[in-house]
Design a protein around this ligand. Structure first.
Ligand code: MG
Length: 231
């Protein structure tokens, strides 16, 4: 029975929904300090992110209201990182996890370990996968494309890499480290990297546009070794 491993951000849920959820938490925190309704603050941050990116959103909202200080920017950042996010899986992710619920399922995700853990909890995934591997827990050098946690999954499940499928959205790092070891890879075409053209080393074995395409037949065919190798 193949082991299915999923990336988290933009594979199972839209990462931007986490960002917006964080902005709303920061807006609630800043509202009494700035004397501005939280909804207006959140709308301003969301609009700025859409045009300018998220790098200076907290600096700018504080500047706009004449309250910028390094300490307040830090407080905004902590509020953002510590908030309990209100998140929902993509509908096709919801269906996919249900469809394969009797198989061993895992998550492998990079990023701030506490933030990623709160996303896993917020999405109700803790009870639906055998384990969510947050690479950050094993040190920064274990982030993708490092294959360390994928090896841990093989040991835990007593399977070879050819029986493990990884589904991710980022061809810069999701597949290039594990493909040479024999892991099977699937790229879901959504999120920030949907239009990125990747060379063969970085590209996944298969591309899909929805997790609905991940059927039992698809999974089986991906794990069956090519004929010339099986012979
Ligand atoms: Mg991702």
């Amino acid at each position: 029975m193949p082991v299915l491993v999923f990336d988290l951000d933009d594979t199972l849920y839209p990462e931007l929904s986490y960002v917006h959820s964080g902005f709303r938490a920061v807006a609630e925190f800043l509202s009494p300090l700035l004397g501005v309704p939280a909804e207006a603050l959140a709308a301003g941050m969301i609009a700025e992110e859409a045009t300018m990116g998220r790098g200076e959103v907290f600096d700018n909202v504080l500047h706009q209201h004449g309250r910028w200080s390094k300490a307040l920017v830090g407080a905004c950042l902590r509020t953002y990182r510590h908030h309990i996010p209100a998140l929902a899986l993509y509908p096709d992710a919801e269906r996919c996890l249900t469809r394969f619920s009797s198989q061993p399922l895992y998550i492998v995700t990079d990023g701030h370990k506490e933030v990623q853990a709160r996303k896993v909890t917020g999405l109700g995934l803790a009870g639906r996968v055998r384990h969510a591997y947050l690479t950050n827990r094993y040190g920064r050098h274990r982030a993708k494309p490092d294959p360390h946690v994928f090896d841990l999954i093989c040991r835990r499940e007593h399977v070879a890499p050819g029986e493990v499928i990884y589904v991710g959205d980022n061809p810069r790092k999701d597949f290039v480290g594990i493909k040479p070891l024999g892991f099977r890879t699937v790229r879901i075409m959504r999120g920030n990297y949907a239009h990125l053209e990747a060379d063969e080393a970085h590209e996944a074995h298969r591309r899909i546009h929805s997790l609905d395409e991940l059927t039992e037949d698809f999974v089986t065919s991906l794990c069956t070794p090519p004929r010339e190798l099986a012979a």
